[in-house]
Structures are given as structure tokens and as C-alpha cells.
Design a protein around this ligand. Structure first.
Ligand code: HEC
Length: 159
């Protein structure tokens, strides 16, 4: 083997190994650097989570599962397993902008949601997705936070 071909083979092998390692730990889908710099204009709040949660149930749980574990009813039919969004390490690696970008762009078989949802809706989803690791370990805390302190019948029965 000529020295330069050996060098190239070595580079190709290193690149292949890096790609395999990236796939193995689930980091293979990398959003572009400008995505990380996007500022989330929607502050996280129980109202934003509720809004995002409703969108998640409607558009995402079919693949990602109701709780986001990647075990939705369609998950077994897909060529790639839907990501487990309750994994704190996975979420910890991503800025809000990267989550926003991935939801908007999709990657086959995940559809690009910017075609059907507004940026605002995708930011609510981003805020909700952020809560999934904690939500999966302490669902009651979020149920309490998202229940309005004063319910409508109480207000109406006031003198
Ligand atoms: C048709 C099935 C499907 C639907 C519907 C779907 N996803 Fe996905 N999603 C996937 C798959 C598969 C992956 C993994 C893609 C990959 O790594 O190539 C993924 C990956 C992701 C990731 C990236 C995780 C990471 O670590 O890179 C996020 C965030 C995500 N989905 C959020 C959502 C949200 C929010 C919705 C709803 C608006 C949604 N997905 C709807 C299948 C789906």
C-alpha cells in the first residue's frame, strides 16, 4: 500500500469509528451551530408547558410515547427508533435553540414540524420537552404546578 493511501485509509477508519460512536450514544443528529445561538423568546412557565404538552400529545406521542420515552404506538414501525426524551443526558447536551431547530426541521422518519406549526408553538414544545426528564421522575409535581390555583366554579360561586 502506498504511504498516502495508508494515511487516507487511517483517516477514513477514524471518521467511521467516530460516526459509529456518535450513533451508539445517540448524538448523531447534530443541529448546526447557528441553532444553538437562537434565543428562546417564550419563558418557561406552567402555562407554556401545558400548551406544549397538548401539542406533544397531538403531534409527538405517536412516536415518542405519551411520557416521551420513545415508545409510542408507531415506534416499532420506524427505521430509526424515536429518541428517549426523558434522558437527562440527552437533553443536557442540547440548547433550547437546538431542540427548536430539530422539531422544526425533523429528520426522516420525524417530519419537519415548521411546515404545520408556528415558531411560537415550537418554542412551547421546546419548553415542554425540557421538562420531560424531571416530569418522568416526578409527574405529580408538574400536575400540581399546571393545575390553576383557583378553578372556575370557585370564582363563579363568590358573592
Ligand atoms: C414519525 C415519528 C416521529 C414523530 C411524529 C416525532 N418524532 Fe421526534 N424523533 C423521531 C425519531 C425517529 C427521532 C430520532 C431521529 C434521529 O436521531 O435520526 C426523533 C428525534 C427527536 C428529537 C431529537 C433528539 C436528539 O437527541 O437529537 C427531538 C427533540 C424530537 N424528536 C422531538 C419531537 C417532537 C417535539 C415531536 C412532535 C412535535 C416529534 N419529535 C415528533 C420520530 C418522531
Amino acid at each position: 500500500m502506498l504511504p498516502w493511501t495508508a494515511g487516507r485509509t487511517a483517516i477514513a477508519l477514524v471518521a467511521a469509528a467516530a460516526a459509529a460512536a456518535a450513533l451508539a450514544d445517540g448524538t448523531a443528529w447534530i443541529a448546526p451551530p447557528e441553532a444553538a445561538a437562537l434565543r428562546n423568546p417564550v419563558a418557561p412557565s406552567p402555562l407554556s408547558w401545558q400548551h406544549g404538552g397538548r401539542l406533544f400529545a397531538r403531534h409527538c406521542s405517536v412516536c415518542h410515547g405519551e411520557a416521551g420515552k420513545g415508545d409510542g404506538p408507531e415506534s416499532g414501525e420506524l427505521k430509526t427508533r424515536p429518541a428517549d426524551l426523558t434522558d437527562p443526558r440527552r437533553l443536557g447536551r442540547m440548547h433550547d435553540g437546538e431542540i427548536f431547530w430539530k422539531i422544526g426541521h425533523g429528520r426522516d422518519p420525524m417530519p419537519p414540524f415548521s411546515r404545520i406549526l408556528s415558531d411560537q408553538a415550537i418554542w412551547h414544545l421546546t419548553n415542554f420537552v425540557r421538562t420531560l426528564p424531571e416530569r418522568s421522575s416526578d409527574p405529580e409535581r408538574f400536575a400540581r404546578l399546571e393545575t390553576p390555583a383557583v378553578s372556575l366554579p370557585t370564582v363563579l360561586s363568590c358573592p
